[in-house]
Design a protein around this ligand. Structure first.
Ligand code: NAD
Ligand code: TYD
Length: 350
């Protein structure tokens, strides 16, 4: 029996995690605490919103009173903490909100959990979901991030996530507070807000808009399907060892420009356009400030210790993702117009 608080459950990865937990474990109670920022969209959870084991609470993870009440009301035993400001470009233009949510918000959650659990940590867990970006940037060789790689964050986003990881580990070492952390590579799949590379470019291709590739498009990312990430989170929640870190990755490195060409060709093929049509939309633009060159993950620990490997091949995952955006034009329209936000802001007006 678990009463699980999932933070950021209305976002991209959080909504997949909630759906998986609500449907796979009807005996668990799942509470979704989300502020509904621009990135939080309850349409992502329409199919399970009336499930008997699911509750939504609108609120901010920095709000000590509210978070304490959520712990007490729902007798929370486990936390899966995903709520964050998550987009690097936004962190470059507005770093402080990243410090508030990612660092202060995580610290507040840790303290509220510690206080509510009153230092009785039996059958309790605080699972912190983090990113491979805390490790910094790799060269164009075969090197990989392992769990031992020293932290070297280089954007306000990754620095704020690194700070939150440090705080979580500090609670483990100082108070024997029960934690586990995972650091994952770039996710893609349904319901991702169209500001990140893959959904932004699919949307632009569909609408015949320019595809702004930063610099020369030579930067490399390792891409993992969001459902594979949700599976890994489920396994770590149930079988991860307390105090440990697990790296999660797709063994799936792409330069941005190769990936953009693949997206163009995949959409062209699905829309019956001649191959090469959408490649015309590619436009090289000024590079991102401090742009990390390459991320790549050594995921052998989670494979060896917990038996997790990705299920999706990238070709099938990307094709399925393109289909999802083509078949969910209403979702995309609501998100890009901001209509979803107006609707839920009115519904949850305080
Ligand atoms: P997202 O931006 O899609 O969603 C974030 C969610 O958090 C939204 O629902 C938003 O409303 C909520 N939120 C933001 N600030 C909040 C606050 N102060 N209080 C309560 N809720 C708040 O993010 P995502 O891509 O789903 O990422 C989820 C987590 O996974 C983040 O912690 C991120 O660092 C991590 N991560 C993401 C990726 C990726 O590729 N997207 C990869 C590795 C790790
Ligand atoms: P993004 O999806 O923002 O993820 P992250 O920066 O966290 O890896 O970007 C993925 C890569 O795509 C990154 O190298 C930046 C690049 N990119 C572009 O070239 N153009 C864009 O418009 C965006 C959003 C990203």
């Amino acid at each position: 029996m678990k009463n699980i608080l999932v933070t950021g459950g209305a976002g991209f990865i959080g909504s997949h995690v909630i759906r998986k937990l609500v449907t796979s474990y009807p005996e668990y109670q799942i509470v979704n605490l989300d502020k509904l920022t621009y990135a939080g969209n309850l349409e992502n959870l329409k199919d399970i919103e009336n499930a008997g084991n699911y509750t939504f609470v609108k609120g901010c993870i920095t709000d000590e009173k509210l978070v304490s009440e959520v712990f007490a009301t729902h007798k929370i035993t486990h936390v899966i903490h995903l709520a964050a400001e998550s987009h690097v470009d936004r962190s470059i233009s507005d770093p402080l909100i990243f410090v508030r949510t990612n660092l202060i918000g995580t610290s507040n959650l840790l303290l509220c959990a510690k206080n509510y659990w009153a230092d009785d940590f039996d059958n309790k867990l605080f699972y912190h979901v983090s990113t491979d970006e805390v490790y910094g940037s790799l060269g164009m060789d075969n090197s990989l991030f392992t769990e031992q790689t020293a932290y070297d964050p280089r954007s306000p986003y990754s620095a704020s996530k690194a700070g939150s990881d440090h705080m979580v580990r500090a609670f483990w070492h100082t108070y024997h507070f029960p934690i586990v952390i995972s650091n994952c590579s770039n996710n893609y799949g349904p319901n991702q807000f169209p500001e990140k590379l893959i959904p932004l470019f699919i949307n632009n291709i569909i609408n015949g808009k320019a595809l702004p590739v930063y610099g020369k498009g030579e930067n490399v990312r390792d891409w993992l399907h969001v459902k594979d990430h949700a599976d890994a989170i489920d396994i770590i929640l149930h079988h991860g060892k307390k105090g440990e870190t697990y790296n999660i990755g797709g063994h799936n490195e792409w330069t941005n420009i190769d990936l953009v060409r693949l997206m163009c060709d995949t959409v062209d093929q699905k829309l019956g356009k001649e191959t090469g049509t959408s490649r015309e939309l590619i436009s090289f633009v000024k590079d991102r400030a401090g742009h990390d060159m390459r991320y790549a993950i050594d995921a052998s620990k989670i494979d060896n210790d917990l038996g997790w490997t990705p299920n999706y091949t990238f070709e099938e995952g990307l094709a399925e993702t393109v289909d999802w955006y083509l078949n969910n034009s209403e979702w995309l329209k609501n998100v890009t117009s901001g209509a979803y936000k107006e609707y839920y802001d009115t519904m949850y007006a305080s």
